[in-house]
Every structure is written in structure tokens, then in C-alpha cells.
Write a protein that binds this ligand. Structure first.
Ligand code: SF4
Ligand code: SF4
Length: 390
């Protein structure tokens, strides 16, 4: 059994403290309401017809409305949140920010997890969407994603299809989408078969091992009229496995935009500096030689992005949900967002002592992750009271 690495575990609390300080950032003096906007190229999102700048804002960790304002004033029009982010405070912040804005000047996407195992799924899913709309202070969202689809069958499940169609018919959502980290090519094909999905939100970055297979599936989706939005574009946000050095977001984004089938990317910038780094890319989105050199150097390096290949699950004695645990590890050590890390692990009903009784780790990883070490360094966060975490 792996013992908890006390140094790493204490690092969780230290990061939480650092995050708490970071939330005190208030405003950017230079950004004016009517600041001159430079041109950001736009692309059309499949058959939705929505024309969106290639750069959008993933509002997952941002809790400072001044950063949202800076993004909006810089010409970003698409903002992506989720029902679960920051326990609903993220949607509330966006609702307060957009309350007095012209509804035609922005599009909003939110996501909701569907518990298809529940007998009461229909009522629960409807309540979830109504709660999101109330927090957002909106009559409708432009895109509603059924969130974090992992299992095959979910997208075609008749109960899921019926509810998503109902939401659209009632005018609460304009377009139906799904998001997924796992089994991406297969999920895209299933969505095409289901026939109701207009938008797909997928993890997409230069570290992906299955690029040819994924690009082919994206092309099939495009041919069927779907639009594609990219997340996890920075492959974990840091250059190194220790989470010490911020990745060059501009290079990562330019790499993503090479694929014309990706309409927009939703990096989760939380500060003005990170926004500026993304804008620098959006103003000149062509991949440059220096970007290629930079990304080539990172290609073989161990970073924090888990490919979600699932190989390790079969090898693990306890069949632990390792890819999701690795995602939680990335949220904490890459994104410096321990609250989301805990939330991800709580969704998996983990106890913080997962490898207990297992003398030798059987799970191996082609990306070079020391799986049991990482599990020991992140799962104890489920026992840290939430008020210590940001
Ligand atoms: S990851 Fe699985 S195989 Fe490895 S130590 Fe933990 S329980 Fe055992
Ligand atoms: S083997 Fe490695 S890359 Fe694949 S799912 Fe497991 S941790 Fe992720």
C-alpha cells in the first residue's frame, strides 16, 4: 500500500491558500467599457449557424467578474460555464455580469450532468436546467451540454434524448450539445447516430495520442452538421509534471486552431495576464515556427494531461477510475484549483484511501505517470473541509 506523501499532501493546503489570495484581484484599470477591439477571426459552429470568435472564455475557475468584463470588452462573445462549477456561484457571477447586456452580443453555454441511473432522472434534469437558468437570470442558454459523457449508450439513451429535445422545444436551450473526455471518437459516432446533437465539446490539444483517429471522427461529425468546441487546450496548463511552469497558452491555442473543424477554444483564464496571452494568439492565430519548436520540445515530456486511454483501469487490482483521478490531480497541481479537484473526486465517491491493501501497483501508463504516487498525492483532498479550498 502507498503511504500518503505528506509533503505533497500538505502542498494541497498550500495551494488552497494561494488560491484564496488570488481571488482578491479586483479590477484592471486599463480596460475601458468601450476599449477599441482588435479583430479576432470567427468561425461558424456547424449547423447551429452561430458565428463565434476562435477564442472563447471557459468560465470554470474565474471568480472575478472584472476578467469576464475584460474578455467581453476585448471582443469575446462566447462564455462557457457548467451547473456544477463553484457550486453554482460561477453561473450566478455570469448572470450578474450579463444582466444588463444586450442578449444578442453574447452566447452562453452551460452543462449539466445526467444521472440516468436515477428513477427520477427526468424531474432531476429539468430541475437542474431550471436552476441554471435562474442563476444565469436568462430565459434560455444558447448551448446546453449533457456533461462529461463517459459511458457508451448514454447519448442514445431514449430518456436522455427525450429530455434534451423537450428542453429545446420549450425554448430553454437553443442548441443541444454533449461534452466528453473519454472514448471521444466513439462518442462522436454515437452522437451522429442519435441525430439530435449539434455541438460537441471535447478535450483537444497537442499532446493527444489519438489525433488521426480523433480528427477523422471530428470530420464525420462536421459532415453530419455538428460543430466542435475545444477544451483542455493547454494540456494541463503547466509544462512539467510538478506543475511549476505555466505553459505558453498562445502556442497551444494556435496549434488547436490549425484544425479548421474546431470553431472555438475555451481556455479557462482567470487573470488579465492569462487573458492577454490568449488574446495575443487570437490576434495572430497562425501557428508560427517558434510555436512549433516550443511544442515539439514538450511533446515527449511528462506533463499533467491524462490521455484517458483507460489502459490502466484494466490493470488496476481495484479497477479504480484512474483517468478521472488523474484529471483531479491536474486540476489541483496544474490549474491550482483544489476545490474542483475535490468535487471531481467526490463525484466518484472516493474515500481518500483508495490504494489501501494493495502492496504493488499493477497499473502502468504510457504517458509515464506514476499512478499510485499520484493517487496518494491527490485523493486525501476529499477529507479536507471545503472551506479550506478555493
Ligand atoms: S492504482 Fe490500483 S493497482 Fe495501483 S496501487 Fe492503487 S489499487 Fe493497486
Ligand atoms: S494509462 Fe495513463 S494516460 Fe491512460 S488513462 Fe491511465 S493514467 Fe491516463
Amino acid at each position: 500500500m502507498k503511504k500518503i506523501d505528506r509533503r505533497k499532501f500538505l502542498g494541497i493546503s498550500a495551494l488552497a491558500g494561494a488560491g484564496a489570495l488570488a481571488t482578491n484581484v479586483v479590477a484592471r484599470p486599463l480596460m475601458k467599457e468601450n476599449a477599441t477591439k482588435k479583430a479576432i477571426p470567427t468561425r461558424v459552429l456547424g449547423k447551429t449557424g452561430l458565428e463565434i470568435p476562435v477564442l472563447s472564455m471557459g468560465v470554470m475557475r474565474a471568480d472575478n467578474p472584472a476578467v469576464v468584463r475584460a474578455a467581453y470588452n476585448a471582443g469575446l462573445t462566447h462564455f462557457d460555464t457548467a451547473h456544477g462549477y463553484q457550486n453554482g456561484k460561477n453561473e450566478e457571477m455570469l448572470g450578474a455580469f450579463f444582466r444588463d447586456k444586450d442578449r444578442n452580443t453574447f452566447t452562453i453555454a452551460t452543462k449539466g450532468k445526467a444521472n440516468l441511473k436515477s428513477d427520477n432522472f427526468e424531474q432531476e434534469y429539468e430541475d437542474l436546467l431550471n436552476t441554471s437558468l435562474r442563476r444565469l437570470q436568462m430565459d434560455y442558454v444558447d448551448i446546453f451540454y449533457t456533461h462529461a459523457i463517459e459511458d457508451f449508450g448514454a447519448l442514445k439513451n431514449p430518456r436522455m434524448v427525450k429530455m434534451l429535445k423537450k428542453f429545446k422545444e420549450e425554448g430553454k436551450i437553443r442548441h443541444i450539445g454533449f461534452s466528453t473526455h473519454a472514448n471521444k471518437p466513439g462518442q462522436i459516432d454515437e452522437a451522429i447516430e442519435a441525430g439530435i446533437y449539434e455541438v460537441c465539446l471535447i478535450s483537444y490539444n497537442f499532446k493527444l495520442d489519438i489525433l488521426p483517429e480523433l480528427n477523422a471522427a471530428i470530420q464525420r461529425g462536421i459532415d453530419a452538421g455538428m460543430g466542435f468546441v475545444a477544451m483542455k487546450t493547454m494540456a494541463g496548463g503547466v509544462e512539467d509534471a510538478e506543475g511549476k511552469k505555466q505553459v505558453d497558452g498562445a502556442a497551444c491555442l494556435r496549434w488547436v486552431w490549425q484544425n479548421q473543424n474546431i470553431t472555438t477554444a475555451i481556455p479557462g483564464f482567470t487573470s488579465f495576464d492569462l487573458l492577454d496571452n490568449c488574446l495575443e494568439a487570437a490576434y495572430s492565430p497562425e501557428l508560427q515556427q517558434k510555436d512549433k519548436n516550443y511544442l515539439a520540445n514538450l511533446q515527449e515530456k511528462e506533463m499533467l494531461y491524462c490521455q484517458n486511454c483507460g489502459n490502466c483501469i484494466q490493470q488496476c487490482t481495484k479497477k479504480l477510475p484512474i483517468p478521472a483521478i488523474m484529471r483531479a490531480y491536474m486540476y489541483n497541481y496544474g490549474y491550482k484549483y483544489p476545490a474542483l479537484s475535490k468535487e471531481t473526486l467526490m463525484d466518484l465517491a472516493l474515500t481518500g484511501n483508495e490504494c489501501s491493501g494493495c502492496e504493488t501497483c499493477k497499473a502502468t501508463c504510457p504517458s509515464g505517470f506514476n499512478i499510485s504516487d499520484k493517487i496518494a498525492a491527490i485523493t486525501p483532498i476529499v477529507n479536507v473541509p471545503s472551506y479550506f479550498l478555493t
